[in-house]
Design a protein around this ligand. Structure first.
Ligand code: NOS
Ligand code: ZN
Length: 526
């Protein structure tokens, strides 16, 4: 505690950019004076914060003003938690707080914010329940029910009553007739509940949650795989994403084989063709001129064998040949611990042509050291461009190092992780560490349909309020939006155009936030 030492420390910390090795040397061997302590603490804090995601962005004066409004809305949310911690919305199950979140100023601001792209979402879990119900009003839709019961084991379009389903012990009726018998509202309410994971917030474990989750996908199959519905579902999805401030969508599809009333033989290439035609239609609508686009990651189920993977790769090559612009890359999906690990298919995956990129789901688990957890290593070694979820990444220091060095983005889907039982209180989500140390993160929504979430805004709300630091501000939000474009599969030229479209919306958003504060004292911040 000698004076000379204090002086050297003070001199040290006044150096504006200090590195972690310098921080260590600041600590010294003996106790500093209170003044020195304060100086050191300040430098320490600033240095640590400088490593956070988004810290490198410099906000304009307009943005700084908007930031004040956003931070005020964010800090309001913490007030409840200070009174009673359990009231803090990101500490609760999303199903219990969704309605309350929707009413908050913070959420409403985030809804308006142009968030760039969604880079992780699944083909048949995109649309709102309301839109799905609309599709069930198409003619010739049959429902398979247990005797005397308003249940739904399956849906299917057909000119005549379909064959009995041996495995489900149910009988087919026209949905229009069921609506007449029970009342349309009652049927729609039932279907609405059957098509989401509500109201269950306490699935016993990940298997119980996934079992219900897969039942929803299965019920949807007969409805959505009907060729006329397939395109309409995608169109509605694009509309809903665009309305939620998403200008680009890179989604994963299993490319199911579609059907129609005439018994036409469809192929996976037809499924892609309908996507491509629908996207063109959407983009040609003048109302969507600021929309950037959409691409597909072919992502069939991982629960297969070598022959299955060989077929996948065959289809993949066909899609690449016919729709090179629409195909972003390849992935394998389905409950990771119930399917096969990547390492089982490494030989085949290494044969995939170099011009097709991988976007693997990996580490969607909290089983440290399991085969699922090791998928993180294989995904990286196979050259994945992004990691889907990467929930277990924090347990793999070397993978983490590589993720940063190779600039492999981590697709974080906060709400999905809670609903599918990996985390209960969002303050414990591992993405806090990614934010704190500037990892290449994008925020996405996975299957928003099944939790009644908006296409992206709820995940942003949770990430910004529940996972990021209280200090994290508009810089983080802007960085996440920019990242979503940067880490998309778009080419450099396309990214340039995409950024221009995003920037136009961003400027409008900042104006909007600032006009909302009319009446509040305006402070010149330049
Ligand atoms: O979070 C996820 N992890 C892995 N697979 C998923 C997730 N969400 C949906 N799917 C898979 O995507 C298919 C539809 O495209 C579904 O069959 C489901 O297994
Ligand atoms: Zn997913």
């Amino acid at each position: 505690r000698t004076r000379p030492k204090d002086l050297t420390i003070t001199k040290f910390v006044s150096i504006s950019s200090i590195g972690s090795s310098h921080v260590e040397s600041l600590l010294g061997n003996s106790r500093p004076s209170p003044d020195t302590y304060k100086t050191v603490r300040n430098a320490f804090f600033n240095y640590e914060e400088s490593r956070a995601l988004g810290y490198d962005l410099e906000l304009s004066s307009r943005e700084l003003k908007a930031n004040e409004t956003i931070m005020k809305a964010k800090l309001t949310e913490y007030k409840e938690g200070e009174i009673a911690p359990y009231l803090f919305k990101p500490s609760q199950h999303i199903f219990n707080v969704l309605a309350a979140i929707n009413k908050t100023e913070l959420f409403q601001l985030l809804q308006r914010m142009p968030k760039g792209a969604v880079l992780h979402a699944h083909d048949t879990a995109l649309c709102s329940t309301k839109s799905i119900i609309e599709l069930t009003y198409y003619d010739n839709l049959w429902i398979c029910q247990q005797a005397g019961d308003l249940s739904a084991a399956a849906l299917r379009f057909a000119k005549e009553k379909p064959d009995a389903l041996t495995e489900s012990n149910c009988d087919w009726s026209l949905l229009s007739e069921v609506r007449e018998n029970y009342g349309a509202d009652k049927v729609d309410d039932y279907l609405a509940e059957r098509l989401t994971l509500y109201p269950t917030t306490d699935f016993q474990d990940i298997n119980a949650a996934w079992s219900r989750f897969m039942q929803i996908f299965q019920l949807l199959d007969g409805l959505l795989m009907y060729a006329p519905v397939w395109g309409d579902y995608y169109y509605k999805a694009l509309q809903e994403f665009y309305a939620d401030g998403v200008q680009y969508l890179e989604f994963r599809s299993t490319l199911p084989t579609l059907y129609d009333l005439e018994g036409t033989e469809f192929t996976p290439l037809d499924t892609v063709r309908i996507y491509v035609e629908t996207l063109e239609k959407f983009k040609n609508n003048p109302a969507n001129k600021e929309f950037i686009g959409s691409r597909m990651i072919y992502a069939p189920l991982r629960n297969t064998n070598a022959e299955g993977v060989a077929r996948y790769i065959e289809t993949l090559k066909q899609v690449k040949a016919k729709y090179p612009e629409f195909l972003a890359g390849f992935d394998l999906v389905g409950q990771e611990d119930a399917g096969r690990p990547l390492r089982d298919f490494v030989d085949q995956l290494l044969e995939v042509p170099e011009d097709i990129d991988f976007y693997f789901h990996a580490g969607e688990t909290n089983w440290y050291g399991s085969t699922v957890d090791e998928n993180l290593i294989d995904a990286l070694l196979l050259g994945t461009k992004r990691i889907g979820h990467g929930f277990g990444l924090v347990k793999h220091p070397v993978v983490l190092d590589m993720v940063k060095k190779l600039n492999v983005a981590i697709e974080v889907n906060p709400v999905s992780n809670q609903v599918l039982k990996l985390v209960s209180d969002f303050r414990n989500h591992p993405c806090s560490q990614f934010f704190a140390d500037g990892y290449p993160v994008v925020i996405s929504s996975d299957d928003p349909s099944f939790w009644k979430a908006t296409p992206l805004s709820h995940d942003y709300y949770i990430a910004f309020l529940g996972i990021a630091s209280q200090h994290a501000d508009l810089r983080l939000l802007k960085k996440l939006a920019l990242n979503s474009i940067q880490y998309s599969s778009l080419s450099a030229d396309q990214k340039f155009e995409a950024l221009a479209k995003w920037q136009a919306k961003w400027d409008q958003f900042i104006d909007f936030v600032n006009d909302e504060t009319n009446g509040a004292p305006t402070q010149q911040l330049d």
